[in-house]
Design a protein around this ligand. Structure first.
Ligand code: DGL
Length: 271
């Protein structure tokens, strides 16, 4: 049992976005070991079909299982929307995504009942945020908007850049007109450009980052199942990508509160 408890948590995303969730897991669960996989060779997922995202996600979960992970966090809204339910049926370890926690946070945050959701084209098309939010409170109005250029802007590191502000205003103009008071950052890349989004939407709009609630749900799950790592040892963090180690590492350094020393490239197609 002790062995299982000290096994790592597997976290994955199509690229660097999942690091925003990882950062929160590290904060709320400082005793846990983590294995992170970023599918940097195949990003973006947000414009791909369910079949493809499911295939990619299955490969990643198989890879993470070779690292003996005790639980998986799908730190990608697109994969949470398109692949999580199927994979949960196929594996015998707990797996959680970011959408359900994000929807719960949105419902708790809104006062006017007008909620905005921004995400990748596939996440928005799936309607999953709308479904979960309205399941929790049918009186809430949900306005969704796909923002496909946000992911490449983030992956290119254009975090504070005029071009990002321009694209933000182009995508979110409509959202402003709907007077939403809570805006769900329904893609794990988006918290990285939250300043630009906040500048445009204004202080009165609460930006909902599902990462916080996801880490909380993970903590509750591990506590319930008596799977928390109680070893008291310093946690180990491992990073794997499918391509572009250098840019991943420098990006990780800007997101995580410490220097990321090693990252390994994995041939994910072979899993
Ligand atoms: N960061 C991911 C998400 O939350 C996917 C972005 C992408 O690869 O398109 O949706």
């Amino acid at each position: 049992m002790d062995n299982l408890m000290s096994n790592p948590i597997g976290v994955f995303d199509s690229g660097v976005g999942g690091l925003t969730v990882t950062r929160e897991i590290m904060r709320q669960l400082p005793g846990e070991n983590i294995v992170y996989f970023g599918d940097t060779a195949r990003v973006p997922y947000g414009s791909k079909s369910k079949k493809t995202v499911l295939k990619y996600s299955r490969q990643i979960v198989r890879f993470l299982q070779t690292k003996n992970v005790k639980a998986v966090v799908v730190a990608c809204n697109t994969a949470s929307a398109l692949a999580l339910d199927e994979i949960a049926e196929e594996i015998d370890i707990p797996i959680i995504g970011v959408v359900k926690p994000g929807a719960k946070m949105a419902v708790e945050t809104t006062e006017t009942g007008n909620v905005g959701v921004i995400g990748t084209a596939s996440t928005v098309k799936s309607g999953i945020y709308n479904d979960y939010i309205r399941e929790l409170d049918p009186h809430i109005t949900v306005v969704s908007k796909a923002c496909p250029l946000f992911v490449p802007l983030v992956e290119e590191g254009l975090i504070e850049d005029r071009v990002t502000d321009d694209i933000v205003s182009r995508y979110l103009q409509e959202m402003k007109e709907y007077n939403v008071d809570a805006l769900v950052l329904g893609c794990t890349h988006y918290p990285l450009i939250r300043n630009a989004i906040k500048r445009f939407m204004g202080e009165q709009v609460h930006l909902v980052n599902p990462a916080f609630e996801t880490a909380k749900v993970l903590k509750e799950l591990l506590t319930d199942k008596e799977m928390l790592n109680m070893s008291g040892r310093r946690p180990s963090y491992e990073y794997y990508v499918s391509d572009g180690v250098e840019s991943f590492m420098s990006f990780a350094d800007s997101v995580l509160p410490f220097h990321v020393k090693d990252t390994e490239v994995i041939d994910i197609e072979s899993y």
